[in-house]
Design a protein around this ligand. Structure first.
Ligand SMILES: NC(=O)c1ccc[n+]([C@@H]2O[C@H](COP(=O)([O-])OP(=O)(O)OC[C@H]3O[C@@H](n4cnc5c(N)ncnc54)[C@H](OP(=O)(O)O)[C@@H]3O)[C@@H](O)[C@H]2O)c1
Length: 315
């Protein structure tokens, strides 16, 4: 089969032939039709050795339930079912083997492209918001709000009845965020008044320093990205008197429990019913992945980028 593999240089990825995966215990084989691209994958690719196989998100069709014999495995989607989910790596491929706990069915009315956009960004937004507890009436600051995670976070925070301030890098990057539920869209945080109950922080560098300054007494800053790739220095005396919390989050750490399938199903249901927008900035053929990754790197995509996994013609 074919898969996208790291080149180890500025080309980032190339299509190569790799062995077919086989399903291990508890795993399902999925024929992949669409994958999405996350900034974290771009960061990894920039530093990866040639041959590393990227890819977390995917959507496609179950090829095999991963059990021997003909009896269907209880609780696992039957062959032919449209599913989407999240792998540890290697999903940018024609076929992937993943634990059944990391899959959910693609509901009717949802395309595989939109389903593929959901897992990493949607789960990250949902789970980091949960770290703020009950958000009804809470004030939430979302950095990187124009991006994949940011757009889901703005919408879900609003859904949980929070008052959302969305931070973007340039005015045009703020387009559409008010419609998604942001009460305020700001370019940088210089003018923003301190006192946020929850800050979702992915800029790193100065952005994290500002988050620690802006969080309310007993509030929470969740740091889960470093888009700027910069180190942070901050005045501890701006932070500790507030008895606020700084917490980390890493989506791949906690995927094998029963909650992942439920969370994926929840996100898909919201998108299928039109209650959550999966804003897709680009749907490209996976043969053009390099150009897609370069546009993501240059901050020219507002929302998710999806790659269609096209197959070679047989015969
Ligand atoms: N820890 C985890 O489990 C986890 C999971 C998913 C994502 N993440 C992290 O969360 C962040 C968002 O991920 P994503 O996939 O949503 O990325 P994305 O779509 O590229 O969005 C990132 C946003 O950050 C903003 N940004 C601010 N400063 C930036 C800088 N110096 N360089 C690039 N972008 C900058 C950009 O918005 P403007 O152009 O408007 O500034 C962009 O819209 C990334 O840092 C990613 O690594 C972490």
């Amino acid at each position: 089969m074919r898969a996208l593999s790291a080149t180890g240089d500025d080309g980032l990825v190339e299509l190569v032939r790799v062995p077919e995966p086989s399903a291990g215990a508890g795993e399902v084989l999925v024929d992949v039709q669409a994958v999405s691209v996350n900034r974290g994958e771009l960061h990894r690719l920039t530093a990866a050795d040639a041959g590393w196989r990227p890819g977390w998100d995917f959507a496609g069709v179950v090829a095999d339930q991963g059990t021997s014999g003909t009896a269907p495995a209880p609780g696992r989607p039957a062959p032919g079912t449209r599913v989407f989910g999240i792998a540890d790596e290697g999903s940018w491929a024609e076929r992937v083997a993943v634990p059944a706990a990391r899959l959910a069915a693609v509901p009717e009315g949802l395309t595989v492209e939109r389903a593929a956009a959901l897992p990493t960004a949607g789960l990250t937004a949902l789970r980091t918001l949960r770290m703020g507890g009950d958000l009804a009436g809470a004030s939430v600051l979302v950095t990187g709000a124009a991006g994949g995670v940011g757009r889901f976070a703005v919408q879900l925070a609003r859904r949980f009845e929070a008052e959302v301030t969305a931070v973007v890098g340039r005015p045009e990057r703020g387009e559409g965020l008010a419609a998604l539920g942001a009460a305020e869209v700001v370019v940088g945080v210089e003018e923003v008044k301190a006192g946020f109950d929850l800050v979702l922080e992915t800029g790193g560098g100065e952005s994290l320093r500002e988050a620690l300054r802006l969080v309310a007494p007993h509030g929470t800053v969740v740091s889960f990205g470093n888009s700027s790739r910069a180190a942070t220095s901050f005045s501890v005396s701006d932070f500790y008197p507030k008895e606020a919390s700084l917490r980390g989050f890493y989506v791949l750490n906690d995927l094998d429990g029963p909650r992942t399938a439920d969370d994926l199903a929840y996100l898909a249901r919201l998108v299928a019913t039109g209650e959550l927008a999966a804003d897709i900035a680009a749907v490209d053929d996976w043969r053009d992945a390099r150009a897609t990754l370069h546009r993501l790197r240059d901050r020219r995509l507002a929302g998710k980028a999806v790659l269609r996994v096209t197959r070679e013609k047989q015969g």
